[in-house]
Design a protein around this ligand. Structure first.
Ligand code: 5GP
Length: 135
C-alpha cells in the first residue's frame, strides 16, 4: 500500500474544511467590505465595529487559530502584522490603533480562521480605553 502523504491533496482537503464565515467571505459566498487583497492576505471591515474603524486581516491559507501556526507560517505572520499599520493609516488611524488576536475558546475566539483585529478612532475622537480586566 502506498502510504505516502500527498501534501497538495491534503492542503485542498483542509481548505475544503474551512466552513467558517471567513472561509465563505474568501470564496465570495457572502459579501464583505473589502479593503485589501493580495495573493496571501485579505482584509475587510468587521461587521460589528468596536471603534470608529475596525477591520480584520486574514490569511487566505486556512489556519484555524494562532495556536495552529508552525515555523513555516512565520513569513506569513510577519506579512499580516506589517500590513496592519499600512491599512490603519489608509483608514485614517494616523494617531494610533490597537491590534488583537483572540485565540481559542478561553481566548474569546468566535471565528476559527486566524485573524488580526485592527481597530481605533480617528484624530479628534477619544483614545481607546486602556486595557483593563476583561474577565
Ligand atoms: P473573534 O471573536 O473570532 O476574534 O472575532 C470575530 C470577528 O468577526 C468579530 O469581531 C465579528 O464581529 C466578526 N464577524 C463575524 N461575522 C462576520 C461577518 O459575517 N462579516 C464580517 N465582516 N465580520 C464578521
Amino acid at each position: 500500500m502506498n502510504t505516502r502523504i500527498n501534501n497538495s491533496v491534503n492542503a485542498d482537503m483542509k481548505a475544503d474544511l474551512n466552513t467558517t464565515i471567513f472561509g465563505k467571505i474568501l470564496r465570495g459566498e457572502i459579501p464583505c467590505q473589502k479593503i485589501y487583497e493580495d495573493d496571501e492576505l485579505f482584509a475587510f471591515h468587521d461587521i460589528h465595529p468596536i471603534a470608529e474603524v475596525h477591520f480584520l486581516i486574514i490569511p487566505k491559507k486556512f489556519i484555524p487559530t494562532l495556536a495552529d501556526v508552525t515555523a513555516d507560517d512565520s513569513a506569513l505572520l510577519g506579512k499580516m502584522l506589517s500590513l496592519a499599520p499600512l491599512l490603519a493609516k489608509q483608514q485614517g488611524l494616523i494617531e494610533g490603533f490597537r491590534t488583537a488576536i483572540n485565540t481559542g475558546k478561553l481566548g474569546g475566539q468566535d471565528v476559527y480562521h486566524l485573524h488580526i483585529h485592527v481597530f481605533g478612532n480617528r484624530p479628534g475622537a477619544n483614545a481607546l480605553r486602556a486595557m483593563g480586566a476583561l474577565t
